[in-house]
Design a protein around this ligand. Structure first.
Ligand code: TYD
Ligand code: MG
Length: 461
């Protein structure tokens, strides 16, 4: 048999190369390339025998939706699309210390208390540490089964024979197969360990939850390849300085992505937040220039957020643009549109933008709220205290329609807002907007209309 040439894999992005180098050409990461052991790849022998032909079936046919196992935590069930699915694998990623182990111990305890067989395997903490956490969470006697182990051969032997509805592995980066000659946490170990665990989940029919740590650049440490192997990927995010946490679905083979679950970290673990808008707006002070409320959408769920802008005179040199919770490129675009299309002078000031509360907004619909916060800061005129903003802004300054206007308006009315600034409907024959009664609509077609509103206020003052 010919000696096979080694192959090299990047731990950060999973790209493969014929030779080693210090820097990955695909993602630019340094020192991330390591050899891929041969035994994981199909050898030449596998190629020699012809395969059995696969059978084809027509597309038409019946498929029942997969039965769901409720976790007992409604926010998680929503993100999963109705609960865990048997014989499937979910990856829960997040920064160290964000609360992944806390969340999963709560889930495990809730399911065990509901009468399900639950196995919780930790490679990071000792049994005593887990017991202490369970006591803190108020579930010291939940009937789940605990193990502290990292050797996957031993774990697999147990999983082959122990009945289980849910198996939690905390974390995949600590798991280790002794047949593979590389350290835990490396690409090959993480990939092989995930592969083995997922195989067991499919053959034994349990729901598998893998915990994964995220690098500071936001990628799952170890190969991206785990994301492709599992059926659902959830990210647990939040700012450690704030008490709330967002569980965000980024991939789901059994349901919609983009759903979020909102939790609050308390001294007794994670509490579900049924009304996130109220939480995000709790510390808002009215009547301050530079603040605007954005009526946003996270998945199917409307959320109101405060956008804050601050302009400071720049002493000279390149002006600073600092953004938290939003896209820096989009801020630059909005500043350029405000200057070029609306004649606002911003170029010489430092601009700071913050989405209060630590949530990250990805929607272009936030453009109008950001613009309102900026114009409010420039003109030193507060936005109307009862007004929410949403709409996308184009390069010529036009304000464009966004999805789900009615859901946004309903949420605003529910939280006591009495006015909304939104894109003007231009399409002829457009259906009238079913706005909640008592909500005044201020439709604008161009960003200069928004600037004019503030200028009028400044003139009146
Ligand atoms: P943890 O679940 O260990 O994070 P991860 O598994 O993602 O690394 O959470 C750790 C943090 O959560 C820690 O800083 C303490 C805090 N915490 C609380 O505030 N309240 C609690 O009830 C628990 C269990 C943890
Ligand atoms: Mg942990």
């Amino acid at each position: 048999m010919a000696k096979s040439t080694p192959r090299y894999l990047c731990a950060a992005c999973g790209a493969s190369f014929a030779k080693w180098s210090g820097r990955c050409e695909a993602c630019g990461e340094w020192n991330s390339i390591a050899e891929d052991p041969v035994e994981l790849r199909p050898g030449p022998a596998a190629k020699a025998t012809p395969g059995r032909a696969v059978g084809f079936v027509p597309l038409a046919g019946s498929a029942a939706p997969p039965p769901r196992i409720r976790t007992g935590i409604a926010e998680l069930d929503r993100v999963l699309g109705g609960g865990l699915v048997a014989a499937s694998a979910v990856l829960v990623g997040g920064d160290p210390g964000i609360g992944k182990s806390t969340l999963l111990l709560q889930v495990a305890a809730a399911m065990a208390e509901a009468g399900q067989e639950v196995l919780y395997i930790s490679g990071e903490e000792s049994i005593d540490q887990i017991r202490l956490r369970a006591a803190r969470l108020g579930v010291p006697a939940a009937p789940l089964r605990l193990a502290a182990a990292v050797n996957l051969r031993d774990i697999a032997a147990a999983l082959e024979t122990t009945p289980a509805a849910l198996v939690v592995i905390d974390s995949i980066q600590t798991m280790w197969l002794d047949s593979i000659d590389s350290a835990p946490g490396t690409v090959t170990q993480v990939r092989a360990a995930s592969f083995e665990l997922i195989r067991l989940a499919k053959s034994r029919g349990f729901a598998l939850v893998l915990v994964g740590h995220v690098t500071k650049e936001g990628a799952l440490a170890g190969p991206r390849v785990v994301e492709h192997m599992v059926d659902a990927v959830l990210y647990f995010e939040g700012d450690r300085g704030h008490q709330f946490r967002i569980l965000r679905g980024v991939k789901n083979r059994f349901g919609a992505t983009d759903e979020i679950g909102v939790f609050e970290m308390t001294d007794r673990g994670l509490a579900e937040v049924a009304n996130p808008s109220a939480l995000f707006l709790a510390e808002r002070r009215g009547n301050i220039a530079g603040s605007a409320v954005f009526a946003g959408l996270e998945g199917t769920r409307p959320v109101l957020l405060e956008v804050q802008a601050l302009l400071a005179p720049n002493p000279g040199g390149a002006p600073r643009r600092s953004v938290i919770g939003w896209d820096g490129g989009r801020l630059s675009m909005l500043l350029a549109v405000l200057e070029t299309r609306c004649g606002l002078r911003l170029g010489a000031s430092d601009v700071y933008l913050n989405v209060a509360g630590g949530l990250r907004v990805g929607e272009p619909a936030a453009d109008l709220a950001v613009a309102a916060a900026l114009v409010s800061a420039v003109t030193d005129q507060p936005t109307s205290p009862g007004m929410v903003y949403f709409g996308e802004v184009g390069l010529s300054g036009e304000v464009r329609q966004v999805a789900q206007a009615e859901a946004r308006l309903k949420e605003a009315a529910k939280l006591g807002f009495d006015a909304a600034c939104l894109p003007r409907r231009v399409a002829r024959g457009a259906r009238a907007l079913a706005a909640p009664s008592g909500l005044r609509l201020d439709e604008i077609g161009h960003l200069s209309d928004l600037v004019a509103r503030f200028a009028a206020k400044a003139g009146a003052a």
